[in-house]
Design a protein around this ligand. Sequence first.
Ligand code: ADP
Length: 581
Amino acid sequence: MTAHLPIAEPSAVGRAAARLVRADGRAFAGVLGLNALTAAAGLVGPWLVGRIVDDVQAGGDMGAVNRLALTILLFALAQFLLARWARYAGHRFGERTLARVREQFVDRALTLPASVVERAGSGDLTARGTTDVAAVGTTLRDAGPEVLIALVQALFILGAVFVLNPLLGCCGLIGLVGIWFALRWYLRRARAAYLAEGAANSAVTEVLSATVTGARTVEMFGLQERRGTAIREALEVSRRARTRTLGLRTVFFPAVDFSYVLPVVAVLMVGGLLHAHGAMSLGAVVSAALYLRQLSEPLDAILMWVEQLQSSSASFARVEGLGAAPQVTPAGVPVPVDDRIDVVGAHYAYGAGAEVLRGVDLTVRPGERLALVGPSGAGKSTLSRLLAGIDAPDTGTVTVGRVPVAALGPEQLRRHVVLVTQEHHVFLGTVRDNLLIAAPTARDDELRGALAAVGADWAEELPSGLDTELGEGGYRTDGSQAQQLALARVVLADPHTLILDEATALLDPSTARHTERALAGVLRGRTVIAIAHRLHTAHDADRVAVMENGRLTEIGTHDELVAAEGAYAALWSTWHGGQER
Ligand code: ADP
């Protein structure tokens, strides 16, 4: 669990975000355009109020004022409708982009080599695929569109004030500077403070529930005093943490509110002076003040979402990080020249742990049946993982037909070497879907042939034949049927070499019998390397290899090894004796 999956660099996150926008560029441009129209419609109101003020001041007729008031109403309505449309378009864009992020995540996850996922722990991958993708989704669906609307609105409002009078525009910027500093101050402290508050809350719950569940023990040992102290301490920590975040809020929010008021005051004072000197009409000053009052609305929205944006950008970095993980080697790997398996000087350790394989040499001829025996923990399963190409040795080579097994792509690999274990998965879908995984181009009669070869007679009698749905809500396969499906896939993949991590010993006798019969169909004419848990498998094999402590210590036919009176002979006499008795 040492090697975590990578996390994307900030620059890579930026590029990925730009790619997402470009991928749906027209929709994004449409969203921007609609937001701009909405913001522009919102600017009309305050401007017309200014006109009304000027008209009234100039002693204009009431008819004109009424017409202006009506126009204000119309534009307010237009703004309302445009805003709805803009929001809808924005959320649609967000949903589509989220779908793209999800698809890409699945594609990338599926091309990760099994060894990379195993080392990082599948929990990391799951967390990224659920929690992190959901956080990115919230941003794309809600925060993103809302912040976009707010940004466009704020820019238009500021622009309008600048057009009315550049000096008043500068007054508006004063407020923004204040908010900028307040926000930076707050964000620097907020994360740690809220994390501490969350941790303190968890600690209180923890100590309370431990005391309550253990109430009997607490009474029995007279621990009331000590538990009481522990609870009081946890509460005190929690109180301090809450006071701290409250303190942050009591600084931040008033600072923001003050920053909203400041530019309005400045505009009224500076605008008043300008008006007194005849540089600006009273209406224009009123419009500018109204605009700056309106600025608080988009800024509030941005402030509300800014933390969400921060945390989701961290999630996005984790989601995108998958792209930086090593992928299964693509094309360009030479084709194996024959079916021979060679292991030369293979060493292997899990992560930074001790060496599990310590120099393994082994050659398996095509068509040979080799049994691998030895005490538990000797490294047999590890060797079978290397033989099946799930991982590559740290030093030395594991090759099929002179090509490293781990370098083969999935298409190539399953034609050469397949690992058969007792873990079988039935995929949601039809019987046909479940089989085509192994041979996408196989015809129906080939599928039926494969099912027959592993003795899956039940498949013949299914109501809809190969079209029968399996899994939840469909036909439910039992353990041995799932196993037969898996073996039928092996028949279809038609590899020349099978690695059996044979754990039939763990199955109930009738399932084991089924499996063995099915296996017999699969094994015909192939090279078989079997990890033998029961020695009669070894007895029937062409050769037996004994693994001890990460090395192959004996190799030969059953008779040779028994005659040599070494480790295998000892194992055999114990096991054989045990069977006789
Ligand atoms: P065998 O199949 O002969 O019982 P294994 O190959 O399963 O032996 O295990 C060999 C050694 O490698 C054991 O000490 C085991 O603890 C260790 N090992 C197996 N799998 C892992 C893993 N995923 N991570 C770390 N160590 C492992």
